[in-house]
Design a protein around this ligand. Structure first.
Ligand code: ZN
Length: 305
């Protein structure tokens, strides 16, 4: 199979306060690991284009996009929420992060690659319809999924979110769009405490207590995601690929190992082959222990390849 890796060097210019865990080092750690392991040789590399305003408006209202643009500082930082700041490069990085997902979706839709992974930041899955939060400005994966639904033959999509935090933004955006299945696994009770109680057939939540290990995690995912995918039969699968459920992650308390992310990749590839000709677009969300992040992405990508 051919797997694209889509990124842009300007995603590393977005930087919040010194010591902020969502740092440019994350993308460098992934690149270093993929280079040292040789895996990068097996990926089709592509440089992201920024998303257009019309593309951002697929899920965010114009006033919200203007409000984020108004926060763009000429120097220093402006805060969108207490965890989420913009420096002079953040707006462009956010447009590139979203643009990467649209580009990935196009490459996969056109059959130029089998699947794609977007190594971008800022992440997106906490960004709600009209609220930035949790290090996220625009909901990259939601915009990619909404864009896919405008392409001929794409009637239904699934968003699978294995970040350790609930994908509240993605749930908010798609809760009234039954053509989008959203499955999110997350530590509970835990940040972000929003949209966790949405009760809709297309929203599948998998709350996991602190201390959940790989075997228990795998069991919960098979129990919740596989029947939901079978019911939904998506034409394309999107993955909010957060790696902060790793046992070494400093922000959370789940106990996944590197290999569990390889297992997730295999499960998703298997579902992709069953339902949608292997059309899978994955997007980086969290993952804050640099060494664990690099190794986990490597395991995940090995499965995609
Ligand atoms: Zn997270």
């Amino acid at each position: 199979m051919t797997t694209a890796l889509i990124t842009h060097p300007d995603c590393e210019l977005h930087q919040m306060a010194p010591g902020h865990p969502e740092s440019p080092e994350r993308l460098r750690a992934i690149r270093r690991q993929l280079t040292e392991s040789g895996l990068i040789e097996r990926l089709e590399l592509a440089i992201a284009e920024p998303a257009t305003r019309e593309q951002l408006q697929l899920v965010h209202p114009a006033q919200y996009i203007d409000a984020i643009a108004d926060l763009h500082p000429l120097h220093g930082l402006n805060y969108a929420d207490p965890d989420t700041a913009l420096n002079p490069h953040s707006l462009r990085a956010a447009q590139l992060a979203t643009g990467a997902v649209i580009q990935a979706t196009g490459l996969v839709f056109d059959g130029r690659v089998d699947n794609a992974f977007c190594a971008v930041r800022p992440p997106g899955h906490h960004a709600e319809h009209d609220a930035a939060m949790g290090f996220c400005l625009f909901n990259n994966i939601a915009i990619g999924a909404a864009w896919a639904l405008e392409q001929p033959g794409i009637e239904r999509v699934a968003v699978l979110d294995f970040d350790v935090h609930h994908g509240n933004g993605t749930v908010d955006i798609f809760k009234d769009r039954p053509e989008v299945l959203v499955c999110s696994s997350f530590q509970y009770p835990f940040y972000p405490f929003r949209f966790q109680d949405v009760d809709r057939p297309n929203i599948v939540n998998t709350p996991l207590p602190a201390g959940t290990d790989g075997p228990a995690f795998r069991q919960a995912i098979e129990r919740d995601w596989l029947p939901a995918l079978q019911r939904h039969r998506p034409d394309m699968i999107f993955v909010s690929a957060g790696f902060d459920a790793h046992r070494d992650d400093p922000l959370a308390e789940l106990l996944l190992e590197d290999e569990d992310f390889g297992w997730l990749g295999e499960l998703i590839v298997d579902a992709g082959q069953r339902y949608c000709g292997g059309r899978i677009v994955s997007v980086l969300e969290g993952g804050y222990n640099l060494a664990a992040l690099g190794r986990s992405v490597e395991q995940y990508l090995k499965a995609l390849i």
